[in-house]
Write a protein that binds this ligand. Structure first.
Ligand code: NAD
Length: 358
């Protein structure tokens, strides 16, 4: 028995999570799955109900679950409340409380959607990159940090720090994942300037010795940023620290053209994970039934693959998504002339049907 905690959140969150659950139901019918579902509040919805974007009861359920399926949080309604109570704080606290140090952001471009990219279709069609970003360390968390007065002017400072053990564990995640894919890892650093990434490069190279089948390369972050728009298909898995990963994963994501298509996972040491679409709560379209549920549905596929070790179910969900795209179904954000515009619910139902039938 596996347990999944469902946290729909705010805005379009509940709409897109409903469709992922519809797909889960179809998966349960087709495969031998024994899943116990639980639900809880998070973000603005939790603040409204309990005065806290991450109530203790939600955190306790999250700790107990094998995996978490998360919608999205936030919205203008909560923009002006005290900082600590804002919806985003709930998500950050959830990630750090669960020790989710490995952020996985695939950038996949289905050939059917190649026209949606700002790059030439031949450069991006069939793109399949996985960016592995360290999520709980590096310059975003290093101490000391702050803004101080020095010699009559203000000085801002942060500390870029990684311990060897932090570097080793994220490298291992990248190598393990690459073994399930193309067996190539590119480690991104700035070793020509920053000592911390000089050590990063050394540690990653040492860790690679335990993975003789992996082809490891190294690239400076400025070059990686260029290569991602010049020839993105050269990459299989990219592993990097928090800051570089933040920027490169957004860059890679945008190669695919639509934010509504991008899933993500954040994993702990034991592959317990939080799975969520990369986009936010889209308050501008919430409640209209037009949001694209595919990023959340593909987050469910990642959950099956990484936390439940069910590659067969993950592959089938992804195949069902592809089938529906082949049939020409599109939500508004990925619509192009000659395709059929459908609602959130129609898209979810079509994927569930395709899953049941394939
Ligand atoms: P957003 O990602 O919510 O929306 C950006 C644009 O993309 C909007 O035009 C939106 O309509 C569109 N969009 C997003 N998801 C879509 C989908 N599935 N289908 C179709 N169109 C989609 O980013 P934003 O507008 O900057 O932020 C809105 C709120 O979301 C803010 O409160 C922000 O703090 C929050 N947010 C939450 C998360 C999260 O839950 N992890 C991430 C980012 C932003």
């Amino acid at each position: 028995m596996s347990s999944i905690l469902v946290l729909p959140g705010d805005g379009i969150g509940p709409e897109i999570v409903d469709e992922a659950l519809r797909v889960l139901k179809a998966a349960e019918k087709r495969f031998d799955l024994n899943i116990q579902l639980d639900h809880a509040l998070v973000g603005g919805a939790a603040y409204d109900a309990e005065g806290d974007p991450l109530p203790e009861s939600t955190l306790a359920k999250a700790r107990a679950a094998d995996a978490i399926l998360f919608g999205s949080i936030g919205g203008p309604k909560w923009d002006n409340i005290e900082r600590d109570k804002r919806p985003e704080r709930g998500l950050l606290r959830l990630r750090s409380s669960l020790g989710l140090f490995a952020n996985l952001r695939p950038a996949i471009l289905f050939p059917q959607l190649a026209e949606a990219s700002s790059l030439k279709p031949e450069v991006v069609s069939g793109l399949d990159i996985l960016i592995v970003r360290e999520l709980t360390g590096g310059i975003y968390f290093g101490q000391p940090r702050g803004i101080k007065e020095e010699n009559g002017e203000r000085v801002g400072f942060n500390t870029y720090v990684y311990s060897e053990s932090e570097m080793k564990r994220i490298a291992r995640v990248a190598f393990d994942l690459a073994m399930q894919r193309g067996k190539r890892v590119c480690s991104v650093d700035k070793a020509n300037v920053l000592e911390v990434t000089e050590l990063w490069k050394e540690v990653v190279t040492e860790e690679a010795k335990a993975y003789p089948e992996i082809e490891l390369s190294h690239m400076y972050v400025d070059n990686a940023a260029m290569q991602l728009v010049r020839a993105p298909k050269q990459f299989d898995v990219i592993v990097t620290g928090n800051l570089f990963g933040d920027i490169l994963s957004d860059e890679a994501a945008m190669l695919t053209g639509s934010i509504g298509m991008l899933p993500s996972a954040s994993l702990d040491e034991n592959r317990k994970g939080l799975y969520e679409p990369c986009h936010g709560s889209a308050p501008d379209i919430a409640g209209q039934g037009i949001a694209n549920p595919l990023a959340t549905i593909m987050s469910l596929a990642m959950l099956m693959r990484y936390s439940l070790q069910r590659d067969d179910v993950a592959d089938a969900i992804e195949a069902a998504v592809e089938k529906v795209l082949d049939q020409g179904l599109r939500t508004g954000d990925i619509y192009t002339e000659g395709t059929r515009k459908v609602s959130t619910g129609e898209m979810g139902s079509a994927v569930a049907e395709a899953l049941a039938g394939v």
